[in-house]
Ligand binder design. Structure first.
Ligand code: CUA
Length: 338
């Protein structure tokens, strides 16, 4: 009997330590910054409790038995033989069964909570491509951004689509995560997020999607609803072609591969590009003039520069950008050679 009391107390102490002390002091989870994070964290804590309890039960029992019931010096007799224990078997079948049913029930409740749809939710289109993120705000014509602005305490519905391969939308602070599929409108996936903390977060791609998967990041900025409306109302205002080109280069993620400071990221830098002489793999040179730049945007594989690779740049800018927009981007590239 005394053995059971000791094992029981040790199990309770160990469970308490693993559950509450480790959970609160280890920073296992980042800040919870969305309404959806709450039910998910509750589920996590429930599972953590069961894990802490069963881990403690097994380890305490085992270590206690190894130490207390070890073979005494000079004891050569064989151990007592046991066979079957119906009561024990009923208990260790029934208790885990009840726990699994309870966990499933809690899971369904949490899922319902996470997927609850607010009537006034704001829709945002999220486009993933190798290897950047673009956010479109359908309420304002032409509002396309490479930074994701979200209004505080207002639910947003993200319509997620991919231009090429499978990506995955993941902001750890929001907890929820969703794979993004290529294939057009039939394969759009939705995710609901209600930000509860203002500030900056990092969106990361959580599906291995190619050589630059690890750099597929975007800034997420949660601002008050008033600031959000302001940002949306003044969206994309530009006066000169150079300014508009710069905005476009940011929106379409050009500058995540083409640096503007001379560094080589993935593609050639834009600094000093216009008017320079570009060497092609066959050793010949071409002048980087307007014609060359227009071709490079609409048919990136046409005249690959020495030392760079085909099929890295999206091949569909011809369909996405208007002629005017291409012209503005080229004006911006020109301004980087002045
Ligand atoms: Cu996109 Cu990994």
């Amino acid at each position: 009997m005394v053995h059971f009391v000791i094992v029981g107390l040790l199990t309770i102490a160990s469970t308490y330590y693993l559950y509450s002390f480790v959970l609160t002091n280890s920073n296992l989870l980042p800040v919870a910054a969305s309404a959806q994070a709450e039910p998910i964290d509750k589920l996590f804590e429930m599972h953590w409790f069961f894990l802490a309890f069963f881990f403690s039960l097994i380890i305490v029992f085992m270590l206690y038995s190894i130490v207390v019931f070890r073979r005494k010096r000079g004891d050569t007799a064989a151990g007592k033989h046991f066979e079957g224990n119906t009561t024990l078997e009923i208990f260790w079948t029934l208790i885990p069964l009840l726990i699994v049913v309870y966990a499933a029930y809690q899971g369904v409740i949490a899922l319902e909570d996470v997927e609850r749809r607010d009537p006034g939710a704001l829709e945002i289109k999220v486009i993933a491509s190798q290897w950047n993120w673009t956010f479109e705000y359908p309420d304002v014509d032409g509002a396309v951004s490479d930074v994701m602005y979200l209004p505080w305490r207002k639910q947003v519905i993200l319509n997620l689509e991919s231009r090429d391969v499978i990506h995955s939308f993941w902001v750890p602070e929001f907890r929820v995560k969703q794979d993004i599929l290529p294939g057009g409108s039939d394969f759009i996936r939705q995710l609901r997020i209600t930000p509860t903390e203002t500030g900056d977060f990092i969106l990361r791609c959580a599906e291995l999607c190619g050589t630059r998967h690890s750099t597929m990041l975007a800034q997420v900025r949660v601002v008050t609803e008033a600031d959000f409306e302001d940002w949306l109302a003044n969206f994309g205002e530009c006066e000169t072609d150079v300014e508009c080109g710069q905005a476009l280069a940011q929106q379409y993620g050009c500058i995540s591969c083409h640096s503007i400071d001379g560094a080589t990221i993935v593609g050639p830098t834009w600094q000093g590009l216009f008017g320079s002489s570009v060497t092609l793999p066959d050793g010949t040179s071409v002048l980087a003039d307007e014609t060359y730049l227009i071709t490079s945007i609409s048919d990136p594989n046409g005249q690959i520069r020495e030392g760079f690779f085909p099929d890295i740049m999206p091949q569909n800018f011809q369909d996405i950008l208007t002629e005017e927009e291409v012209g503005q981007i080229i004006e911006y590239i020109k301004s980087l050679s002045e």
